[in-house]
Design a protein around this ligand. Structure first.
Ligand code: PEP
Ligand code: MN
Length: 336
């Protein structure tokens, strides 16, 4: 819409979009009002550019050729900044979320929360519902784990990121979490994506281990098209023929996603490498490549962790990593 468009003109355009059988979607948080027109295009509807172009208040009609419309940078040229209890993701600060793979006990989680906070982490991560490859592995503490995370937030002020695996648990997890994590195995669980899209909660959407970036963006589109535009994307390594590390970090994902979408991009060097020895290198590479945040596993006793010990850093190693990541951030005009 033109910057002088009146409320009535904006409403009339939306009404016309609905009349024709499409869905209007107004982009929040931008100065100029952009109305996305969503729906299936058919022969009768194919020639509507001219139709809308002449309506009062319309500045320009553009076809977004990307398959992801609302996630596309052409729809929303400025980067989206997501505010999680005052922590801004997608702004100048590179935001680090750190904590254990799994919440194991109250004392462990609270102590780790204090430690990662003093090292500079801005968010606390920890799994209460765990997607494990084997049904015989530790499955997480469930609601008790969520309660512990909320307690750790209470004591440290760190907002909480935690995974939700099942549509039936979304409401429960929302009562405790600040950011809903969708794990790699659920990236294409469309029922779950729609359900988290219907909440007002920020979502951390992890890339599927065998998914292309275009598939990741289509999954983000599911969430946004339900009305929730607070989506953070996360590269966490993909499966390749290379077996020297647990997964292969697709560092290309960072600049490509920053190009294709306005959504903030984080990188998880812990799952991407599966090896604590390489977490610092990949953290620095991610920040140098333009990532808006990191998701890092930290454990007080990695050798005895109930999940992902080999890739978990001790709080001391994490502290040192943060000092060096900060220098890389400064080199690319960011801060940590
Ligand atoms: C996790 O963050 O602990 C996790 C299970 O991640 P992913 O879904 O990327 O494997
Ligand atoms: Mn893990």
């Amino acid at each position: 819409m033109s910057t002088q468009a009146t409320e009535e003109e904006v409403e009339a355009v939306q009404e016309e979009i609905r009349r024709i059988g499409f869905r209007p979607f107004i982009n929040p948080g931008v100065e100029r009002k952009v109305i996305a027109v969503l729906g299936e295009l058919n022969v009768q509807k194919a020639d509507l550019v001219d139709h809308f172009q002449v309506m009062p208040g319309v500045a320009r009609v553009e076809l977004i050729s990307d398959l992801w419309k609302l996630a596309s940078r052409s729809y929303h040229p400025e980067g989206t900044v997501i505010d999680v209890r005052g922590v801004k993701i997608g702004a100048r600060d590179v935001v680090v979320a750190a904590g254990p793979c799994s919440v194991e006990s109250e004392s462990q989680t609270i102590e780790l929360a204090h430690q990662v906070k003093s090292a500079g982490a801005k968010l606390l991560r920890g799994g209460a519902f765990k997607p494990r490859t084997s049904p015989y592995s530790f499955q997480g503490l469930g609601e008790e784990g969520l309660r512990i995370l909320a307690q750790a937030r209470e004591e440290t002020g760190l907002p909480v990121v935690t995974e939700v695996m099942d549509t039936h648990e979304v409401d429960l997890v929302c009562r405790y979490a600040d950011v809903l994590q969708i794990g790699t195995r659920n990236m294409q669980n469309y029922a779950l994506l729609k359900k988290v899209g219907a909440t007002g909660h920020p979502v951390l959407l992890k890339r599927g281990l065998g998914s292309r970036l275009r598939d990741l963006l289509m999954s983000a589109e599911y969430i946004i098209s339900e009305g929730n535009h607070q989506v953070i994307l996360c590269e966490r390594g993909i499966t390749t023929f290379e077996d020297s590390t647990r997964n292969t970090t697709d560092i290309n994902a960072v600049p490509v996603l920053k190009d294709w979408t306005h959504l903030p991009v984080m990188l998880d060097p812990s799952h991407a490498t599966g090896n604590s020895r390489y977490v610092e290198s990949i953290s620095k590479a991610a920040v140098a490549a333009g990532a808006d945040g990191l998701l890092i596993e930290v454990h007080n006793d990695p050798a005895h962790a109930m999940s992902d010990g080999p890739q978990s850093l001790t709080p001391e190693v994490f502290y040192d990593l943060m000092q060096r990541v900060r220098k890389v951030a400064e080199a690319v005009d960011r801060s940590v």
